[in-house]
Design a protein around this ligand. Structure first.
Ligand code: C2O
Ligand code: CU
Ligand code: CU
Length: 461
């Protein structure tokens, strides 16, 4: 007889538990993942992607603050892989959120970590993070949502609102339905696939109850593509960003979501019953026509998904005016600068530069054996990203979220872990290195740029 203990349950059991919207347990959640090339149904045909447990996107993991998590990842790829838990505030040390670890082909690694008891509720995700292979593996399909649900959300009755995770991915496929190899120019700008999926579909249909609400949790899991979201006739009520809920909802007509970023929005079903389209509007990731303009594809608006009204009894609920308490971090005058640049490789420029192009931070490409930034546990610092290139770079920092600093020096009360630094511009963020020591990284989340060197190491001691 098949015996299943509480410590080991299958994905279907986890899916059942998460659809019941609760995992009440002091036992560790145990998750088994297999990363492998797999033929996956997509758009009415089978395509060969890289998948966790044969699914693209991978399974959604639902956690609670304080929870202990065990993830066993078996690598069935022909190259090394690993896992990064994007946005989770957990230890970067070996065994936990360690991006320096490489799981060789055929081997199994057991990740084990515990979420802090005060971990914020929010939308996070996991993906591979082996330097030099990240773009290839993530754009091949390896990505899964991680939802943290907390008592704060229960108090707001948010768990009663029907919700849908929309993990956004794009794939570049050959006629045979296999992953295409990008050329050097595509890697330089950051590869974009022409087949775009939302929640694993090219034309997802999402139901909303007339008079009710729908919560959409968007995750940009594309390695380079930006999404400029707009829903016909419905503004988004933005309730959360990367690191969790906002102090209060913000009404937005469009939302620009760069790779790595997440938004949590409420759609109000208060229009004429019908079906409404969710668009991706054009956005240019480059300034002007620098760097050989025509290479940068800019496509017109296209449809990502559709929202369909349904009749039914909407659960009684109202969008709360107050969502979370976030104290803006106070600055202390300490500012570090990170100069983002690109140059031809060679000439004292080691690293995995490809196509003759290297992407640098403070003049250097990534080297895992070098400590670039050393900070002290508990300290507050301002980091200023200065973008001297003609391309946008969404910058991401591991382990601790940050707040964006406004021009008057005050911090915006919202937790982010990825921020767009537009071409030719600068952005300042403020962070406190809380709870965990160890070696982490920061990098551009256009994953080809990360693979080509735009990443640095951060030692928290
Ligand atoms: Cu989502 Cu270091 O990345
Ligand atoms: Cu990350
Ligand atoms: Cu970049």
């Amino acid at each position: 007889m098949l015996q299943m203990t509480r410590r080991q349950f299958s994905w279907s059991a986890l899916a059942a538990a998460s659809s019941a919207r609760a995992i009440a347990s002091d036992e560790p959640v145990v998750i088994e993942l297999e990363a492998a090339r797999s033929w996956v149904p997509l758009d009415g045909r089978l395509v060969e992607l890289v998948a966790y447990n044969g699914q693209v996107p991978g399974p959604t993991i639902t956690l609670r603050p304080g929870q202990e998590v065990v993830i066993r990842l078996r690598n069935l790829l022909s190259e090394p892989t690993n896992l990064h838990f994007h946005g989770l505030h957990i230890s970067p040390s070996p065994g936990a959120d360690d991006v320096f670890l490489q799981i060789p082909p055929g081997e199994l690694h057991e990740y084990r970590f515990t979420l802090p008891v005060d971990h914020p509720a929010g939308t996070f995700w996991c993906h591979p993070h082996v330097h030099g292979h990240t773009a290839e593996q993530v754009s091949g399909g390896l990505a899964g949502a991680i939802l943290v649900r907390s008592e704060a959300e229960e108090t707001l009755d948010l768990l009663r609102v029907p919700e849908q995770v929309i993990l956004l991915q794009d794939f570049d496929l050959t006629n045979e339905g296999r992953l295409a190899q990008p050329g050097p120019m595509e890697m330089m700008t950051g590869r974009e696939g022409s087949l775009v999926t939302a929640a694993g579909k090219t034309a997802a249909v999402l139901p909303i109850t007339s008079g009710g609400f729908l919560r959409l949790r968007f995750i940009n899991a594309s390695s380079s593509r930006f999404y400029n979201l707009k829903l016909d006739e419905h503004p988004f009520m933005l309730i959360g960003v990367d690191g969790g809920l906002l102090p209060s909802p913000l009404e937005m007509e469009t939302i620009l979501l760069t790779p790595g970023e997440r938004v949590d929005v409420i759609v109000c079903g208060n229009r004429n019953p019908g079906s409404y389209r969710l668009w991706n509007l054009p956005y240019s990731r480059t300034a002007g026509m620098g760097m050989g303009g025509p290479m940068f594809r800019s496509s017109g608006p296209f449809e990502l998904a559709q929202i369909n009204y349904e009749f039914g009894d909407p659960a009684f609920w109202q969008l709360p005016e107050r969502l979370a308490t976030i104290d803006p971090l106070a600055g202390n005058g300490k500012v570090r600068r990170f100069l983002l640049a690109q140059s031809m490789a060679g000439m004292g420029m080691p690293g995995r530069a490809q196509g003759g192009m290297a992407f640098t931070i403070n003049g250097r490409t990534f080297d895992m054996d070098r400590v670039d930034t050393q900070v002290q546990l508990g300290e507050v610092e301002d980091w200023e990203f200065v973008n001297n290139t003609s391309m946008d770079h969404p910058m991401h920092v591991h382990t601790n979220s940050f707040q964006i600093v406004q021009s008057d020096g005050s911090a915006t009360p919202a937790w982010k872990d990825t921020v767009l630094v537009k071409a030719g511009r600068r952005v300042r963020v403020r962070t406190r290195f809380d709870d965990f020591t160890g070696l982490a990284v920061y990098h551009c989340h256009i994953l080809d740029h990360e693979d080509m060197g735009m990443m640095g190491t951060l030692r928290i001691a």
